[in-house]
Every structure is written in structure tokens, then in C-alpha cells.
Design a protein around this ligand. Structure first.
Ligand code: BGC
Length: 444
């Protein structure tokens, strides 16, 4: 049976400001580019020029039938210098949100998606004792300025990925390699989420709104023992899962900070979520504290295992501890040729349809190809192809499939035959042969 029906779920697309807007030199990722850190040498200064082309992009979303759009605002545009807020930047975001509302596309607004203003980065970002109050001042300014146009917020995107990539592996700004700093930053981001959760509700209430929904986007994976029969691998898989995602969820959603996460002052345990935001991409196979991919499994162009069952397994484990509507705030794959994306979408949504979980939204990552952080422009995740030189947009086959899926609120046999039946995933072995690369990846 190829068909499935999605009950009561809004289908949408996701993006992040730095990855699409272009034109901003005042943020930590432009600085990272200037330090020569982007693998293919591309710059977030170009990206998809969405800062100018957003009306066209929104029209295309409408044409595809997109019901909800997850976007972020860029802190470095809104507060270009410490304490100076830019009305023109806020006006620009107002115009975007207004247009989405006019088109009937429900916005979900992220306040922080990996990037910091330079002044904030230079003072030590979330390691600095003042960072919580500075983040909250920025959050309050955004909600006061835009809160009449949007009810749904994500405070922070993937605190674990931000902390691990930037402070443990040193691959992202600020390029540190310290476990203690990683844990401090993760705890600080959990605290920022909790305080922003309360603040957004307060500010919104003061504006007369009662429909506020706040959460954070949690990057979750399945961590499986590389060899399930090996007790050491099993211990490591549990340990990595706990350090990378479980402790953070307990802290940010429940206000319970457990060792080794440092506990911030005056945080009570509670329920700091209106929905569970989950970004799901892959399963990691663990041996020691390194991340591996099993030989022969299906993988995407970056070598990440494709394992659709994991999406529901992650959602179930979080939901068990924190029962609330589930929003899949990101799910998608790097597929340069758009050769297997339809199958990826199909299998992940089919898994959701077959589950009994209250999944209320699904945001495909991402709407169009964009600036993929360390990978630059080379890693393509979009439903819409971007020619970065000309900024020409062209809907991909997977974009047409997703639009049809939204139209049907599911997939019937004819749609499956037209878009999915002929697609197969690459395998790790094939990717290794092409790349001549070893089979070990790091977390994230
Ligand atoms: C991030 C996105 C990123 C995507 C694909 C997620 O971890 O939130 O910004 O582009 O993964 O790597």
C-alpha cells in the first residue's frame, strides 16, 4: 500500500535568515567566512538574495500551496550595535509577515538561528554573564514590534548543535574546543529559552493576544550502538544521547538541569513549551564517542544515514516525557541531483501518518537551496533550485511532489507512482567509492 492520509496536520517549509537573506556583513557567520572557514569558499553575503526577492519567494510558496512558513529574523540587522535597534529592519520583517498573513500562510518565527551580531559574538556571546539579559531585550523588542502579526515562536534553533559545533569541535564560530564551555553554553541557551518563553507570553498578553505558542527547535537523532551486541557500544550510545540531547530537553522544556549541565540561578522546574519542536535528519551509530555510519545503509549526499523510522521514534521519546503537540520544525535531505528527495519526503511523512502521535505540523527543510553553513552553497537541501549566480529560481521535481502532497493532504497510489516509485537512495559504499573517503562522521 503506497497511499497514506495525513490527518489534521499543517504542511509547510522552513528557512533561516542567514542562510537565505544575503547582504549582511554584521554577523558571526560572515566573519567566519572572512576567516576562510567555508568549505567551498562561498559567502552568506550572497545566499539567495531573499532580502530583496522575498515577495517572489512568498508568491512561489503560495503557488505550491504551502500552509505554514518557518522563518527567522536576523538579530544583527535588528540590533546592529549593542542597544541600538533598527526600525527599518523591523519594518522590513513586518512587511514580510503581513504578506504571509495576506497569502494565508501561517508564520512560525524563530528568534535565534545560529547567528549572532558581531558585537555580541565579540563580547563572548552566550558565555558572557550578560548574554541572557541581552537576548531577552532583543526578544522583547521583536515581539513588541511584530507580535500583532505572528502568534507562533521558536526561541532558539538547536542549542545542542550550536554549542557542540562551536564550542566542542571548533568547526563553527567561535571555534572553541572545550567540553566545559560546551556545557555552559548549552545550559545558558536552555535558560534563555525558559526566560524567553515566559517573556513572550507576557508581552503578547499585554498586546491582547491569547493564542501565543512558544517552543524551541530541538535537534534530535537516534543514537544506536554501532554493534548492538557490544555492551560498550550500547553504553556509549546512551551516553552520547544523554549529553547531546536528553539533558538539554530536560533543562529547556522542564527547567530541570542535571549534572553535568550547570544550573542557572532562580530557574524553577515547570513546563516551558506549548509544542515540541523537533528537527530530525538522521541516525548515528556510536562506538566510543565518535559517530559512525553503518556500511551499506542508505545515505544522503553528505553521508548522513536516511532512517525515516527515527523521526517517529525521536518524537515518541520526547512526547513521553513532555506531552504536547509535536511540530516537526525541520526534516529534509542533501540531494544535489534531486534524485531521491521525493522518496525521502514520502517515507518520513508516511511514518508520521502511520503513528498515533499528535504531529500537528511538518516543515520541510528547506524551501530553496541556500547557504548551508560550513558546506556553503554546495549542499543543496531545497525544493526549489537556486542558480546562485543569476538568482534564478526553478521548482524541482520534489517541489512539485510536495505541492501535490499538500494538495491531497497525503499521497495516493498515482502520486507515488509518478514521483516516488522510480527513486532509490544512494548507499554509504557508493558514496565512499565516489569520494574515496573513510566511513566516519562527527556528530552534527
Ligand atoms: C539546521 C539548519 C541546517 C540543516 C541542514 C539543521 O541542523 O537548523 O540550519 O541547514 O540542519 O544541515
Amino acid at each position: 500500500m503506497a497511499s497514506f492520509h495525513l490527518r489534521d496536520i499543517l504542511l509547510g517549509v522552513a528557512s533561516a535568515a542567514t542562510q537565505i537573506e544575503g547582504g549582511d556583513t554584521n554577523n558571526s557567520w560572515y566573519d567566519w567566512y572572512c576567516q576562510g572557514k567555508i568549505k567551498d569558499g562561498s559567502s552568506p553575503l550572497r545566499a539567495t538574495d531573499h532580502i530583496r526577492l522575498w515577495p517572489e519567494d512568498f508568491d512561489r510558496m503560495r503557488d505550491m500551496g504551502v500552509r505554514t512558513y518557518r522563518m527567522s529574523v536576523e538579530w544583527s540587522r535588528i540590533e546592529p550595535e549593542k542597544g541600538r535597534f533598527d526600525d527599518a529592519a523591523l519594518e522590513q520583517y513586518r512587511a514580510m509577515l503581513q504578506r504571509l498573513n495576506d497569502l494565508g500562510i501561517r508564520p512560525l518565527l524563530t528568534l535565534h538561528h545560529f547567528t549572532n551580531p558581531l558585537w555580541f559574538e565579540q563580547m563572548g556571546a552566550f558565555e558572557h554573564p550578560d548574554s541572557t539579559s541581552l537576548f531577552l531585550r532583543y526578544a522583547a523588542t521583536v515581539v513588541r514590534a511584530l507580535g500583532d502579526l505572528v502568534s507562533d515562536f521558536i526561541t532558539i534553533n538547536e542549542p545542542n548543535v550550536y554549542a557542540v559545533q562551536g564550542y566542542l569541535y571548533g568547526l563553527w564560530p567561535p571555534g572553541r574546543k572545550s567540553l566545559a564551555a560546551t556545557l555552559r553554553v548549552m545550559a545558558r541557551l536552555a535558560e534563555c529559552h525558559i526566560r524567553a518563553y515566559t517573556l513572550i507570553h507576557q508581552v503578547h498578553k499585554g498586546m491582547g493576544r491569547t493564542d501565543t505558542q512558544v517552543g524551541f527547535a530541538h535537534h534530535m537523532r537516534i543514537f544506536a550502538p554501532l554493534n548492538p551486541k557490544n555492551p560498550w557500544h550500547r553504553i556509549c550510545a546512551r551516553g552520547v544521547s544523554s549529553l547531546f540531547q536528553d539533558l538539554l530537553a530536560q533543562a529547556a522544556l522542564g527547567g530541570r538541569f542535571r549534572f553535568p549541565l550547570p544550573k542557572p540561578k532562580a530557574i524553577q522546574s515547570g513546563a516551558y513549551y506549548d509544542f515540541l519542536g523537533i528537527n530530525y535528519y538522521t541516525r548515528s551509530s556510536v562506538r566510543g564517542f565518535a559517530d559512525h555510519v553503518r556500511p551499506g545503509v542508505p545515505v544522503n549526499d553528505l553521508g548522513w544515514e536516511i532512517w525515516p523510522e527515527g523521526l517517529v521514534a525521536c518524537a515518541r521519546s520526547l512526547y513521553k516525557a513532555f506531552p504536547a503537540p509535536v511540530y516537526i520544525t525541520e526534516n529534509g535531505t542533501c540531494d544535489t541531483e534531486d534524485a531521491f528527495r521525493c522518496r525521502y519526503i514520502y517515507e518520513h511523512l508516511a511514518a508520521i501518518a502511520a503513528s498515533d502521535l499528535p504531529v500537528k505540523r511538518y516543515y520541510h527543510w528547506c524551501f530553496c537551496d541556500n547557504f548551508e553553513w560550513l558546506e556553503g552553497e554546495s549542499a543543496r537541501f531545497g525544493l526549489v533550485h537556486i542558480d546562485f549566480a543569476t538568482q534564478q529560481r526553478t521548482i524541482k521535481r520534489s517541489g512539485r511532489f510536495y505541492a501535490a502532497l499538500i494538495g491531497q493532504n497525503g499521497c495516493d497510489d498515482a502520486l507515488y507512482e509518478a514521483f516516488v516509485a522510480d527513486q532509490a537512495y544512494p548507499t554509504r559504499a557508493r558514496l565512499d567509492a565516489n569520494r574515496k573517503a573513510p566511513g566516519t562522521e562527527r556528530i552534527c
